[in-house]
Design a binder for this molecule. Structure first.
Ligand code: CP
Length: 326
């Protein structure tokens, strides 16, 4: 396997390539594909941050493909890691990514990495510095398990879920910001918006003023962007809820929290808003705060597909991993 097989985000993937991946995922899901392309192989999973779905589904997926997952947590079960080139390591970091990656690839055929945004420095974090440091030093494929800016495994599972629930045609897909008590990274909404556009969906992005996603990314998508959550729901086939922090408040959490307070009662997915949709399905990557992002009555309704969406992480990631092992 070579680093040419990196999955850092879905940028550059054609719709046909995404559809091929979804077809492969469906073959794993149906049991038509029981191949073991990772037999006798190990895959490293490096988690700088907590996870339920990504960690469990990657471990299970690697096992089901015949392989062995090696889970590492820098600063926990492995040494603290420095990623900056030229760093003078006289602080709290014990090992550099340069050695970490090149040692690990002597044992493992691919490396998955989870490394969230710290929400401290927008200009720096929008370049995905830690993920890219892994890619820079690696000669095996790097799989993004959610970085500062992208979560491609999630967005591909999301596209599979839309395909399964609503069929293959163009759908009106609404990505809506929701209130949350603290600012969160924008990897999930960035990747969801990108993948939805790549799949040819009619994409609407709704968020309060000042909560724009990365401009360069959004400009490339041809999406409708609105600050009006009420009109956004009208005619929607898919409601995808997610909260994220404002770029202008990176490094100033308290100001973001104070600013977003005004949106608490309005920016929640509830039955009244869902009733304006075209019998939309409700999606969220999870974990989700009930009665904050979405009401119990919506997430517990037949419209909610969040558990199937989480299951699809397993099938899509097996398709990604099988591609690496092929
Ligand atoms: N959606 C998602 O990535 O879940 P985890 O953070 O639990 O992995």
């Amino acid at each position: 396997m070579s680093a040419d097989m990196n999955l850092l985000n879905t940028t550059g993937m054609t719709r046909e390539q995404i559809e091929e991946l979804l077809e492969s995922a469906l073959r794993f899901k149906s049991g038509d594909d029981v191949s073991k392309p990772l037999a006798e192989k190990s895959v490293a999973l490096v988690f700088f941050n907590p996870s339920l779905r990504t960690r469990a589904s990657m471990q299970v997926g690697i096992y089901e493909l015949g392989g062995n997952p090696v889970v590492l947590e820098p600063g926990g079960t492995s040494w603290t890691l420095e990623h900056r080139a030229g760093a003078v390591m006289d602080g709290d970091k014990t090992e550099h990514v340069a050695e970490f990656v090149r040692v690990l690839e002597r044992y493992c055929v691919a490396i998955g990495v989870r490394t969230f945004a710290a929400l401290k420095n927008w200009e720096e974090e929008r370049t995905d510095p830690i993920l890219n440091a892994f890619a820079q030093y690696a000669s095996v494929p790097i799989i993004n398990l959610e970085s500062a800016m992208h979560h491609p495994c999630q967005s591909l599972a999301d596209m599979l879920t839309i395909r399964e629930k609503l069929g293959a045609g163009r759908k009106r897909v609404v990505l809506t910001w929701a209130w949350h008590p603290k600012p969160l990274p924008m990897a999930v909404p960035n990747s969801f918006a990108l993948a939805a556009a790549q799949m040819g969906h009619d994409l609407v992005i709704a968020h309060p003023p000042g909560y724009d996603l990365d401009e360069e990314l959004i400009e490339s998508l041809g999406a409708t962007v609105t600050n009006d959550i009420d009109t956004a729901f009208t005619g929607a086939d898919v409601i995808y809820a997610k909260s994220w922090g404002s770029k202008q408040f990176y490094g100033n959490t308290e100001q973001d929290i104070a600013t977003r307070a005004q949106y608490r009662s309005k920016w929640i997915v509830d039955e009244e808003k869902m009733s304006r949709s075209n019998d939309a399905i409700f999606m969220h990557c999870l974990p989700v705060r009930r009665n904050v992002i979405v009401t119990d009555s919506v997430i517990d309704s037949p419209a909610s597909v969040v558990i199937d969406e989480a299951e699809n992480r397993l099938h899509v990631q097996k398709a990604i991993l099988a591609r690496l092992g092929g």
